[in-house]
Design a protein around this ligand. Structure first.
Ligand SMILES: *Cc1c(COP(=O)(O)O)cnc(C)c1O
Length: 471
């Protein structure tokens, strides 16, 4: 299904935001989306519905490439792994950073060739490593980033002798919530003071091409210092590896061969403003601080970055329909058809997402509710259909007084939205529409109740009915 805009005016976000045609603002706000168009999409495809604007994805890629002209820019695909998004990012010239066998396969299917694939193995299950080694046999340009010496051994056991990058735990973290701060968490990467040894071991056994650190998600203006510190440590490590004599960290290092790295990857975590009045990240300033902190890099060693959220977050909205308006003594609860199974971030991270009432609902007497402009702002809790107290999209938020049937738009939902969706409460996952130069296409169909049954024993004709122990 697709709908083309009347008149083909190409209502890009930039124009809707009052920017000149071809402008590329640092953020697209929820209020910049064309409400009429969102109404049409919800009417055509029902709710809950994700809308992902590929034109905005491209703009975000362009801003990143412009701010980091000399760096390798890799898209962390876990933020949004939809095929249409991956193709747009591939065409824009970014590489793909993948965290699992599944992400690798989806990036390959979207047309990334091996030399543009970076597989970051975090405690990789045997099945994932088997798969990655198999992919590498056909795509030798792929790079595997390892966060433990065990992973080197496990790769060697599978006959892998290709490109390897060592993930370092720099001991500094950043992040908008403790659950997304990885830099200081022991789970991720090899401790900084052992990283040089691990890198030298990797260089003896594999083709060591890089070192990597990812501090966590949410580099924002307040956290530039910890970002700078991480980047500086990585620059220092690269210099130590390139010139072990100068490093002066013991005999082992002094007798070591110099290692010329292709790149120093300082990870992702570029923040986007979720609150309507929060300033956007000053990307050129972050880029300048990054370059300065990592310098001087050894000759022929490039900077690399791995943005996920920044590429897709403000390119997506989630549309949901009001089905219940319930006044209570404490608050008005607005029940909607999207919940934590569609957008987990509020329940999992207490994340804020802007929400806008686009109206269109009915009054209690059955007539049309007044236009949203005529309604009073009312503090409400917006709650989903899941049997969990945490299943709210916002609390005590002022929205234009909601009526049953209204359409709500949840903004900045393009990153870690659909990807974290689940079928909890046996809820089929929502549909997603991709907007591409004025055309809307179903990128992912809505799951059906039937989809929920297909993988269960006895339900599917092609199901695996063998007892668990025999598989
Ligand atoms: C998640 C992740 C990223 C991207 O993080 P964002 O906050 O989305 O930019 C980059 N690198 C690695 C290794 C990651 O796990």
């Amino acid at each position: 299904m697709s709908d083309r805009d009347a008149g083909g005016t190409g209502d890009t976000g930039a124009e809707a935001a009052g920017e000149p045609a071809g402008g590329n603002p640092p953020v697209r706000r929820l209020s910049d989306w064309d409400a009429e168009r969102l109404h049409r999409l919800a009417a055509a495809h029902e709710t809950p519905l994700y809308v992902q604007d590929l034109d905005r994805v491209r703009e975000n890629c362009e801003r990143l490439l412009a701010a980091f002209p000399d760096a390798d820019v890799r898209y962390a695909v876990k933020a949004h792994t939809g095929r249409a998004v991956l193709e747009a990012v591939r065409d824009a010239g970014l590489d793909a950073e993948c965290a699992s066998a599944g992400e690798l396969d989806r990036a390959l299917a979207a047309g990334f060739d091996g030399s543009r694939l970076h597989y970051t193995a975090v405690n990789p299950p045997a099945r994932d490593l088997d798969h990655a080694a198999g992919v590498a046999a056909g795509e030798p340009g792929i790079t595997v980033t390892v966060g433990a010496v065990d992973t080197l051994d496990r790769l060697a056991e599978r006959g892998y002798d290709g490109r390897v990058c060592v993930r370092v735990n720099p001991g500094v973290g950043a992040g908008h919530h403790e659950k997304v701060t990885t830099g200081g968490a022991a789970k991720f990467g090899i401790p900084y003071d052992r990283a040089a040894d691990a890198a030298r071991e990797a260089a003896e056994r594999f083709d060591l091409v890089g070192i990597h650190a990812h501090a966590g998600s949410g580099i924002d203006p307040d956290q530039l210092d910890s970002h700078r510190e991480l980047v500086a440590r990585m620059g220092e490590l690269a210099r130590d590896l390139a010139d072990p004599d100068a490093a002066g960290d013991g005999d082992a290092a002094a007798s070591a061969d110099p290692i010329a790295l292709e790149y120093v990857d300082v990870g992702g975590g570029f923040g986007v403003p979720y609150e309507e009045d929060a300033p956007p990240l000053d990307l050129p300033a972050v880029a300048a601080a990054t370059r300065e902190a990592v310098a001087p890099l050894p000759e022929d060693t490039d900077l690399a970055i791995e943005p996920g959220r920044y590429v897709v977050a403000d390119a997506g909205v989630l549309l949901t329909r009001v089905n219940t308006v319930k006044p209570t003594p404490d608050e008005t609860v607005v029940g909607v058809d999207a919940g934590m199974t569609d957008l987990l971030r509020p329940a999992m991270y207490d994340a804020y997402h802007p929400i806008r009432n686009l109206g269109g609902g009915r009054a209690r007497d059955g007539g049309d509710a007044p236009s949203v402009a005529e309604r009073e702002a009312t503090p409400v809790t917006v709650a989903g259909p899941i049997c969990e107290t945490g299943d709210t999209l916002c609390k005590d938020r002022a929205l234009a007084d909601p009526a049953r049937g209204d359409l709500l738009a949840v903004g900045v939902a393009g990153a870690y939205g659909y990807e974290m969706a689940s079928q909890y409460n046996s809820r089929p996952r929502p549909a997603e529409v991709a907007l591409d130069d004025g055309t809307a296409t179903i990128a992912r169909r809505r799951e059906t109740l039937g989809d929920l049954l297909t993988v269960e024993r006895g339900a599917a004709p092609d199901g695996d009915d063998r007892p668990e122990g025999d598989r």
